[in-house]
Design a protein around this ligand. Sequence first.
Ligand SMILES: [Zn+2]
Length: 261
Amino acid sequence: MSLLESLPQTCQTVEIIATLWALQHAPREQNLTIRSSKKSVRTTIMVRLGAMEDRGWIGIPDKKPLQALVAELRARGGTMSFLPPDQKEDRHILTGRSEAAILAKTDCDMLPKEIRFDIDPTLRVLGAKLATLTQATAYAGIKERRVAVRRKATDNNINLIKTATQHTFHRLPTTPQIWKSIRNRDFSRQVKKFLWKSTHSAHRIGKFWKHIPDCKHRATCQFCQELEDLEHILLKCRRPGQAQIWASAKDLWLRKYGTIA
Ligand SMILES: [Zn+2]
């Protein structure tokens, strides 16, 4: 999925991207006037950007293009005005707006390809300003970050499960089938919990300890000196006993079911 596809598909987003595109393509010393009939877009860009940056962009759906827009504005020598439509140009603006709405609803691929969302590190402000951060915003920010990290890890694990299942059993499970199988009645509560936590990478192992002061050493397997993630613990660790346990597990399985598949 491209970044453009991952953005909210609204008229507001399209107008913000169009503004970003104009900023990226107009000479930086030139004064620029951009006209938009959408008051919310004008207010967002001319009034609210500073406050959104101070809040660390928490809860802002269009934060990617807006962050890139702030960086472009900082890099400009010329001024930028963002105004409502001129009477004489009204028709043109209205046509542009309906085109933007159609674009937003139908096909993201039609948006300009040469939009850049990467930001010059010298123009980027990271995090939120403590003075403007309320407890509620901070909590929303923590939740936003946790969900993003967790989702990426979960997606990776689900893909891993799919690949492994196809390789071993020659059938490709769907994502809902995988989640349903974890809740199977045949599993005890502890096993269900273990599988759920494993799929979400929620165990306090490996990477979890990397950023915790005084506990960083816990991230590494002391025997193999490698990252102690679940894959290492279950499959790759060279501690004595690992191979025997797997051999016994295989033996037990074959005795009960007759076949691996
Ligand atoms: Zn190890």
